[in-house]
Design a protein around this ligand. Structure first.
Ligand code: PMP
Length: 460
């Protein structure tokens, strides 16, 4: 539908280059204009409500309209609306947040570096890997490994680590020295009759082969999301990370856990690293750190890494890395209040209570003719739509089945996200069982409508 002249939608088409959007479809149809939010719902400019089953972009864990976050921001803006952390200065509230995050860390961590986005935190980790190995007098040990289908961001370093073809193609990425290994998606990539355990063993062997082929003296770090998010919500086999970590240890390769989606309760533990027994040397976090209300991200580093960074920067003169808004006091105040709310309302306990209902809801759709796999953990999951359930054959990307389902869901007052033909759900952590049932009804209607359409158009 072409937007009316002078509407917000038509002005958007005329003025705004959208991130991560099919620009051709946007130019034809315009955007969905969202005006306000309340609890787990957002409302468009015609007043229609939608259950936001993606927490926006996996971030609004406390839902919309959380007054305490509004107040925390306003209070801090009045006290100190901006100050920075360069040249040995710091807002007091930034220190409070650093301390609080260290206390929450799943393994002993020494220091917190602040940035504004997941991409910046990941780029910082990558730069530290290089800086460290220069300090350690092994300048050849600089290559880093991520996985196919990983998502680590869109800046030059983080987009290189991302393992999705569209993030590389014609952006002249990845940069050299960034390698990709197997994606631990059992449903898609296991061989016939291979058990999950054998699949995990094979992937660990392949990682070892990659490291040996490149030369262990050239491989510095491995980046991994505990659950891969934007690649399709891919939950690894139970023993995968144990086997991977044994290989990393053997060849002195650092582990960087990207907790940007998993952090702060998403997988029913505070960290995805706890759910999957990761012992990272560094970890990144963002999104739910401030419930998405203000941009903020963080990178935690181990004592060993910090010591070397400190010594090396002393030799060079200064640690010459940082963003104007690293440790922004208003973002830090909102993040601190977010963490306080998580604790006071026992959000983790709540996630543990309601997530079985959420996972059951997704798994009930396994019997639906379009659904090949239902997967997830905690309050994150996906349904993978397939053309043929028995052979697991996918639809052609050009059929746009995932996008079709998203449109149908939207018509039913539900916002979900299509990652190819995997339909992701990552609702606010405050969701109730009744609201999960409400999602189920709307999702079911959207699935049925999409199946009818697929049959009518003959793509299935
Ligand atoms: N890492 C992960 C795991 C992510 O999901 C994302 C964003 N979806 C990023 C990094 C990048 O974060 P940002 O978009 O804030 O740069």
């Amino acid at each position: 539908m072409t937007p009316q002249a002078n509407s917000t939608a038509s002005r958007d088409i005329a003025s705004h280059l959208h991130p991560y959007t099919n620009l051709e479809a946007l130019a034809q149809n315009g955007p969905l204009v969202i005006e306000r939010g309340e609890g787990i719902r957002v409302f468009d400019d015609e007043g229609n409500p939608y259950i936001e089953a993606m927490s926006g972009l996996w971030c609004t864990s406390l839902g919309w309209g959380e007054e305490r976050l509004v107040e925390a921001a306003a209070r801090q803006m009045r006290r100190l609306g901006f100050y920075h952390c360069f040249t040995a200065k710091v807002p007091d509230v930034t220190v409070d947040l650093a301390e609080r995050l260290l206390a929450l860390a799943p393994v002993p961590m020494s220091k917190v570096f602040f940035a504004n986005s997941g991409s910046e935190a990941i780029d910082t980790a990558l730069k530290l890997v290089w800086y460290l190995n220069n300090k350690r007098a092994r300048p050849e040990k600089k290559k880093v490994i991520a996985r196919h289908k990983a998502y680590h961001g869109v800046t030059i370093g983080s987009a290189s680590l991302t393992g999705l073809p569209l993030n590389h193609r014609d952006f002249d990425l990845p940069i050299k020295g960034v390698l990709h290994t197997d994606c631990p998606h059992y449903y898609r990539f296991a061989e016939a009759d291979e058990s999950e355990e054998d699949f995990a063993t094979r992937l660990a062997r392949n990682l070892e082969k990659l490291i040996l082929d490149e030369g262990p003296e050239t491989v510095a770090a491995f980046f991994a999301e505990p659950v891969m998010g934007a690649g399709g919500v891919i939950v690894p086999p139970a023993t995968y990370f144990q086997k991977i970590q044994a290989i990393l240890k053997k060849y002195d390769v650092l582990l960087i856990a990207d907790e940007v989606i998993c952090g702060f309760g998403r997988t029913a533990n505070m960290w995805g690293s706890e759910t999957f027994s990761l012992k990272p040397d560094m970890m990144t976090m963002a999104k739910a750190l401030s419930s998405g209300y203000l941009p903020i991200s963080a990178l935690m580093v181990s004592e060993e890494i910090y010591t070397d960074v400190r010594e090396h920067s002393a030799t060079l003169g200064t640690f010459a890395h940082g963003f104007t808004y690293s440790g922004h006091p208003v973002s830090c105040a909102v993040a601190l209040e977010t963490l306080k709310i998580y604790e006071e309302r026992n959000i983790l306990g709540h996630v543990r209570r309601v997530s079985p209902a959420f996972q059951d809801m997704l798994r009930r759709y396994r019997d639906h003719p379009l659904v090949g796999e239902a997967r997830g953990v905690g309050l994150v999951g996906a349904l993978e739509l397939v053309r043929d359930k028995s052979t697991r054959e996918s639809f052609a990307p050009a059929d746009g089945v995932g996008a079709r389902l998203v449109t149908q869901a939207q018509k039913n007052g539900l916002i979900v996200r299509a990652l190819g033909d995997s339909i992701a759900l990552s609702p606010p952590l405050i969701i109730t069982e009744d609201e999960i049932s409400d999602i189920a009804r709307r999702l079911g209607a959207a699935l049925d409508a999409t199946a009818r359409w697929a049959d009518e158009t003959g793509i299935r």
